[in-house]
Ligand binder design. Structure first.
Ligand code: XMP
Length: 326
């Protein structure tokens, strides 16, 4: 499985047995490549970086240093899961950086989507650079590059590639899953014993909730978005939609409407539900959500989330709407 081009004849990893064989082969290759040197990995908690982390921990244990940067725009519980799974269960060498204040201070009053993306991407590189400068004797940089990244490197994904790493990092790369498709990465992740929810996680953009807290981000609205999104995910889990729908989330715009709560005027933001299906994210269709589920979600969000007084459903396919709102 060497070289840059995946032979079209290569057997696809579809079973636990094939995944185990792949893992064994990669462990050997990683040990040969790395020797007794140290490897650095930016661990977002997404599928690809998580599987690479688990693979490297199996191969070289504490010679891997994982850096998890919490930019304050993660979904509810995500950074905690990284700490739980990698820091505790797998006993990894994990550096956790809570950079929430840095990101939110820089994003204050910035309403323009592309500017927000640039700030988030730029600051991510800065924080990661600072952390790696504190570490001694790192010789390799591990990356969760997968085969479609190589195929599409000058396509749509490139413009999405904020949260990427500095190009001038002078370290040799370790990219153990670079010839795999996403579904194969997942099979390998499960064979490595990672939690199902982590391995089958829906896609989440690098700028995170930053592109769903529309306009200039405020801490209170970001908090409301995170809580509403957690309720949506919980209810989709409960009714089986989580297994079926490709991507689903809440967006919260920066305007309020009038409402009423406890017989008093209650101004709040709307929470917008978006649930789409796609194969390649270039086009997307709308998932039909049963009304009973919508009512339950509306009831929970408006009762449990401070600051939200309406729940709306986005019925727009892509095109014309992009999947994200910003
Ligand atoms: P759009 O909104 O362009 O999104 O229809 C297509 C897919 O890409 C994800 N997305 C991003 N992923 N960084 C990422 O890593 C980004 O800046 C970004 N913007 C959008 C989006 O969630 C969807 O899956």
């Amino acid at each position: 499985m060497q070289g840059n081009v995946r032979p079209e004849t290569m057997e696809r990893i579809t079973t636990k047995a094939l995944a185990d064989a792949f893992i064994e082969e990669q462990v050997k290759e990683i040990r040969e490549q790395v020797g007794d040197k140290k490897v650095l990995l930016a661990l977002s908690g997404g599928v690809d970086s998580s599987v690479v982390a688990a693979l490297l921990i199996k191969a070289i244990g504490k010679q891997l240093v994982c850096v998890h940067v919490n930019h304050g725009l993660m979904r509810k519980g995500e950074s905690e899961q990284v700490i739980e799974v990698f820091g505790k269960a797998l006993d990894a060498n994990l550096v956790y950086v809570d950079a929430t204040d840095r990101f939110l201070d820089l994003l204050k009053d910035v309403a323009e989507p592309e500017k927000k993306r640039k700030i988030i991407g730029g600051e991510f590189i800065k924080v990661f650079d600072e952390e790696s400068a504190k570490l001694e004797g790192i010789s390799f940089l591990a990356q969760g590059t997968i085969y479609p990244d190589i195929l599409e490197s000058d396509g749509v994904k490139a413009h999405h590639n904020v949260g990427g790493l500095p190009e001038d990092m002078e370290m040799e790369l370790v990219e153990p899953v670079k010839l795999l498709y996403k579904d194969e990465v997942r099979v390998v992740g499960e064979a490595l014993g990672l939690p199902h929810a982590m391995v089958y996680r829906q896609p989440f953009p690098g700028p995170g909730l930053g592109v769903r807290c529309l306009g200039a981000i405020t801490r209170d609205r970001l908090h409301a978005l995170r809580e509403a999104d957690a309720i949506l995910r919980e209810e989709f889990d409960n009714c089986g939609l989580a297994e079926k729908v490709w991507q689903y989330f809440i967006a919260v715009p920066d305007f309020k409407s009038v409402g009423v709560r406890d017989s008093k005027r209650y101004e709040g933001w709307p929470a917008i539900i978006r649930a789409v299906n796609t194969t390649d994210a270039m086009t997307a269709t709308i998932e039909e959500i049963p009304y009973a589920v919508l009512h339950k979600i509306t009831d929970r969000i408006t009762r449990e989330v401070e600051g939200i007084n309406r729940v709306l459903l986005d019925l727009t396919p892509k095109p014309i709407g992009t999947i994200e709102w910003e």
